[in-house]
Design a protein. Structure first.
Length: 283
């Protein structure tokens, strides 16, 4: 049960170039952090902005064609814009960066190393994006009071990264769709076993512990068939059991992945009382 209370947030956006495809500056009310969203092709133009020479953390976003999923590189620098210019030469996968600095210029090297480590750790846990970092960041040692301040920084930064279009730091369970007063897990028969799942705000999650079919039928579409094969190869499926939470675009896609044949998710996913997902969503 989630006991934390959530309050409304005011996000202030400023489009430097006057259009949504340009550079954004983003702030939360009553917070000293500032986020900048900059397309790769406008990084060099952004050298003119003196504030971007400040210490901070940054996230390079692109796409992992090898694994058909988004890709992120997580970094820190005492001079953000200088580091980004280096990445223009050394890394070509990314198409935009989201970076964070402080209005008060109170982030030092130890602070940004701590932030880099915590963001890397969370992204790894969430497992939504491939991570381009070749080495695990080093976690710096800071005082208890500094840690408390940086945990607030991390919390607010996650909100803005999500609002700017990237759920790299969002656990699947943190955005479960509210379809009743309690969180509901649905199940689906897979032979003599069960698969388990739940709807979220960005799709349907097949939960770890779900049983996966051994042999697919001819009706299973190629796209889902390839996803199953890839999951077996990369260890997401072990002994025909899913060992990680896995997001799908629909309940039907998740059902087909588990059952091994084309199937209507809304009508086949059922709660502990036998009520279908469709009955929650429509009836």
């Amino acid at each position: 049960m989630n006991e934390s209370k959530h309050f409304g947030k005011v996000i202030k956006l400023f489009l430097y170039d006057g259009n949504p495809n340009g550079r954004w500056r983003c702030e939360l009310s009553n917070w000293t952090g500032i986020a900048y969203k900059i397309p790769r092709n406008l990084v060099k133009t952004s050298e003119e902005r003196a504030e971007l020479s400040s210490p901070g953390v940054y996230f390079l976003f692109g796409y992992d064609d090898n694994h058909d999923r988004p890709l992120v590189y997580i970094g820190e620098a005492e001079d953000i814009i200088k580091r980004l210019k280096q990445h223009l030469d050394k890394k070509d996968f990314w198409n935009e960066v989201i970076l964070f600095i402080s209005k008060d210029n109170n982030l030092n090297k130890a602070h940004i190393k701590y932030l880099e480590y915590e963001f890397y750790r969370t992204a790894k846990e969430c497992n939504r994006y491939s991570i381009d970092n070749s080495n695990i960041p080093t976690k710096s040692s800071i005082s208890e009071s500094e840690q408390a301040e940086l945990e607030e920084f991390i919390y607010n930064a996650k909100i803005l990264v999500n609002a700017l279009g990237h759920k790299v730091f969002e656990h699947y369970s943190s955005n479960t769709a509210i379809i009743s007063e309690k969180e509901i897990v649905f199940d689906l028969s897979v032979g003599n076993e069960k698969a388990y799942g739940k709807p979220t705000s960005d799709g349907f999650v097949l939960l770890k512990g779900s049983h996966i079919h051994k042999n697919p039928s001819n009706s299973l579409v190629n796209g889902i068939r390839k996803k199953v094969e890839e999951s077996r190869k990369n260890g997401e499926i072990q002994d025909n059991v899913l060992v990680v939470d896995k997001l799908f675009s629909s309940s039907s896609a998740a059902a087909a992945f588990a059952a091994g044949y084309s199937i209507s998710g809304p009508g086949q996913w059922k709660d502990e009382n036998g009520l279908t997902l469709k009955s929650y969503e429509i009836e």
